[in-house]
Write a protein that binds this ligand. Structure first.
Ligand code: PLP
Length: 291
């Protein structure tokens, strides 16, 4: 039985409850993070906490904890679950109110921290790569709920994933309203071109500024690989030499087929594999110690 942090208390999974009047449930009115711990150290914790507070700030939620308090509660949740390798899900909602949509009444935010495990793909998929389709569901326009905000409304991503499932593919990619490829349902996207450049779509197109994405950019630059944040279309993706997705839960997963087109030679390429190895090393050698 797991232990969950809910509004200052550590309770069992069975006792961890939120009200049916919580705005996170009623309106997706809240924000979240997905964080990972490796061997007792939380990877990129400061970056995730900063992004959580920025998401909350953007939708006018004042998290009732300092960042230090948040980090300490998160570490304590991992300790109470006696986990070393873990996937952690902090959630902050605007709180509890009646059924009206008006968000400005004084509400006390609901703060939840779940520490569990996650395993998105099989080891075969990491070795051989995965397939994706470009979904007909497009990435939210940044003038709607900005995709930089990790809001509790991930219906767009869930619908895109459904499209992938119905098409028999492993993953879904989003185009933005202008038709540029921006990211996957819950991952960022990279291509490696025949010119030897690693390209990822700029965040202003509608991609989340992924923390794994930032880490990969740093790793690639460190290896002397030129990296660009530049818009590209499906044509460039189909004709890339290599491609991969990045995300906290997925880590780095090679992408070898998109919309029925084989990418490169249809196998995870050398650049992808080198970056995967360097990322694995980074997760082993850095992070906020929990114990
Ligand atoms: C829409 C979206 N894009 C990309 C990512 C990858 O971001 P990160 O590497 O910070 O996990 C996520 C995961 O949080 C996501 O939800």
């Amino acid at each position: 039985m797991g232990i969950v942090y809910v509004n200052g208390e550590f309770v069992s999974t069975e006792e961890a409850k939120v009200s049916v009047y919580d705005r996170g449930l009623l309106y997706g009115d809240g924000v979240f993070e997905g964080i990972r711990a490796y061997n007792g150290r939380v990877f990129k914790l400061d970056e995730h906490i900063d992004r959580l507070y920025e998401s909350a700030h953007s939708i006018l939620i004042d998290i009732p904890l300092t960042k230090e308090e948040f980090k300490e509660n998160l570490a304590e949740t991992i300790r109470r679950n006696q986990l070393r390798d873990s996937y952690i899900r902090p959630i902050v909602t605007r709180g509890i109110k009646g059924l009206g949509i008006d968000p400005w009444d004084a509400m006390s935010p609901t703060v939840i921290i779940i520490a569990d495990k996650i395993n998105l793909y099989s080891s075969k998929m990491y070795e051989e790569g995965i397939s994706a389709v470009c979904a007909s569901t497009i990435r939210n326009n940044p003038n709607a709920c900005n995709p930089q905000i990790k809001s509790l409304n991930y219906l767009n991503s869930a619908l895109a994933k459904f499209e992938a499932y119905l098409a028999g593919a492993d993953e879904a990619l989003f185009l933005n309203p202008q038709g540029y490829v921006v990211e996957a349902a819950v991952d960022n996207l990279f291509i490696y071109t025949k010119e030897g450049v690693l390209i990822t779509p700029p965040t202003y197109l509608g991609a989340l500024r992924g923390i794994t994405r930032d880490a990969v950019i740093a790793i690639a630059r460190d290896k002397g690989i030129p990296v660009k944040e530049e818009p590209f279309t499906r044509h460039s993706l189909y004709n890339a030499v290599e491609s991969f997705l990045t995300g906290t839960a997925a880590e780095i997963i090679p992408l070898v087929k998109v919309d029925g087109r084989v990418i490169g030679d249809g196998r995870p390429g050398k650049v992808t594999r080198d970056i995967m190895a360097a990322y694995r090393e980074l997760t082993k050698t850095s992070g906020y110690p929990v114990y």
